[in-house]
Design a protein around this ligand. Sequence first.
Ligand code: ADP
Ligand code: MG
Length: 237
Amino acid sequence: MPSLLRVSDITVTFGGRRALDGAGLTAEAGRVTGLIGPNGAGKSTLFDVICGLRRPAAGRVRLGERDITRMAPARRARHGMARTFQRLELFGRLSVRDNLLVAAELGPYRRKAKKIADEIIDRLELGDRAGDLADALPTGLARLVEVGRALAVRPTLLLLDEPAAGQDSTETDRFADLLRSVAADGTAVVLVEHDMGLVMSVCDHMYVLDLGKVIADGPPEVIRADEQVLAAYLGAA
Ligand code: ADP
Ligand code: MG
């Protein structure tokens, strides 16, 4: 079976500087795929290309059998793609529950929006906070609600941009379980994350991006030992 997502040879330039330089990856249904790399490597830009917010100068994005390189973001969303942003995008003056409800109402299951919002509150164990304004949440919880909003469209492809930033270690452990269970439901999860403990424990396969190029890919245990990867990180530090 072909991969759900196949991204190949992507080039993006900003004012003549290449943010992505022939980058690509694939993601499989039922798997968590990691995308790591130093700040500025191009991870968020690659997500922008995958979800249609940025048109690449070269390269292709395929979802299942379909070439979606030129498809508008809203249509990609209707084809089952959801993403979270590195900067939070919650409605601060709405409650946790209403944030989830609005997201579900924008998705393909709007007639079941209430049920979906309640399911996600249960699944993310947000019952105690469901009535709180998003603005009042600590960052770790706000990130969790952001992931909940993405789940509210019941995505087949879920792109998460640093979802665990600001979570404490207990929250991160629970989050790892959540990612495994989302993948077990058949969703293809792509995870950009700096928390190496989290990435190494949940990813089935990883890609390492440096200066817009994929410099390594493989299972976590191979990536962990890769000299070029270590050099990219130590060089950046
Ligand atoms: P990462 O998510 O890996 O930290 P980004 O994709 O955010 O990296 O950025 C990759 C490179 O592209 C960086 O050098 C960044 O400064 C640049 N960049 C990102 N977005 C823009 C933009 N809108 N305009 C100009 N440069 C950008
Ligand atoms: Mg980023």
